[in-house]
Design a binder for this molecule. Structure first.
Ligand code: FAD
Length: 284
């Protein structure tokens, strides 16, 4: 195996453009090193990208930009993220252990393309954009178009994931991120759900819901979101939304859970989140 340690983006994209055979980028290594140890990935070329200047969180007007090498712990603790994308900070705080969160990067969580990746459902409801770069230039892809299957994405082998951008959330946005794993901590999600919307005069508007680990990629629950839109926010609405979202999910059975359990839990997570939201918003 040949190992490269570039210090600039230009050097990295040049190496990526030249190399033949399989190439793997190493960020925090918390996914890649496990796969190499298991023998499911055998890199011919390994590019260690940890020296690249991609560890940042920047505010630009109404946009936030997060560099691909920003650690999950930094995202969890970041004041701008807590203020303008609290759902992402919350999901980051629910990932792995402190050791994992310090090593793991947001770029690695996205590029790894697991349907259970915890930062991805929040990034769906934030309408995030993914910035990729090769030797010739950059391209921007909406996050929901980035994934093509479990462990698969649309990045070409000569590209690097540079950053994630999205609009700051408004103060009036309501949100929740719920995740169900085998244990309370250090567990990969069996099911996860990100919700964002507004409550006006006891009606939900601007609803967006994303589901993790219930389909080959993270998906939007569009039918459920549409159903919730602009109707009276009462127990009948919550019950029916919980039924519809179970129809929308298409989970598989695997070592972590059965499809039936996952389907029911999607309904339960939505129901619980909506009840908590309803209890927390002051009647207007
Ligand atoms: C004990 C344990 C617990 C975990 N718990 C969770 C959890 O609760 N939730 C969760 O979502 N995940 C969890 N994970 C998985 C993992 O920690 C995350 O997916 C993490 O964010 C991966 O980031 P990384 O920097 O370590 O990626 P790496 O392992 O370095 O890379 C992962 C993949 O992405 C590619 N890649 C990385 N950066 C880039 C880039 N900038 N451009 C292009 N490609 C890139 C690599 O080539 C590789 O294919 C856990 C892992 C372990 C070992």
């Amino acid at each position: 195996m040949k190992v490269y340690s570039p210090e600039t983006i230009e050097e990295t994209t040049k190496i990526l453009g030249k190399l033949k055979g399989n190439v793997h980028l190493l960020a925090g290594g918390t996914d890649l090193v496990v796969k190499v140890k298991e023998g499911t990935v055998l890199p011919e070329n390994l590019i260690n990208i940890r020296k690249l200047p991609l560890d940042y969180i920047k505010e630009e007007g109404n946009q936030l930009r997060i560099g691909a090498l920003t650690s999950i712990e930094t995202i969890h603790r970041s004041k701008p993220i807590r203020t303008y994308a609290p759902i992402l900070s919350d999901a980051a705080g629910k990932m792995g252990s402190p050791q994992i969160r310090n090593l793991a990067t947001i770029g690695g969580n996205i590029a790894n393309a697991s349907p259970a990746a915890d930062t991805v459902p929040p990034l769906f409801v934030l309408n995030a954009q993914i910035v990729l770069k090769d030797q010739k230039g950059s391209r921007v892809i909406p996050i929901e178009k980035f994934f093509s299957g479990p462990g698969e994405n649309v990045m070409r082998r000569d590209e690097i994931l540079m950053e994630i951008t999205f609009r700051k959330c408004a103060q009036s946005d309501e949100w929740f991120f719920s995740k169900l794993g085998q244990r309370k901590a250090l567990a990969i999600s069996k099911v996860s759900l990100a919700f964002r919307g507004k409550v006006n005069q006891n009606r939900l508007t601007d609803v967006s819901i994303a589901l993790g680990a219930v389909a080959p990629t993270v998906i939007y629950a569009q039918r459920t979101a549409r159903f919730l839109e602009s109707k009276t926010f009462d127990s009948a609405l919550i019950d029916e939304a919980s039924r519809i979202i179970q129809e929308e999910a298409s989970p598989i059975s695997d070592i972590r859970s059965t499809s039936e359990y996952r389907r029911r839990m999607v309904g339960a997570l939505l129901k619980q989140g909506l009840w908590e939201l309803k209890a927390g918003v002051s009647p207007d």
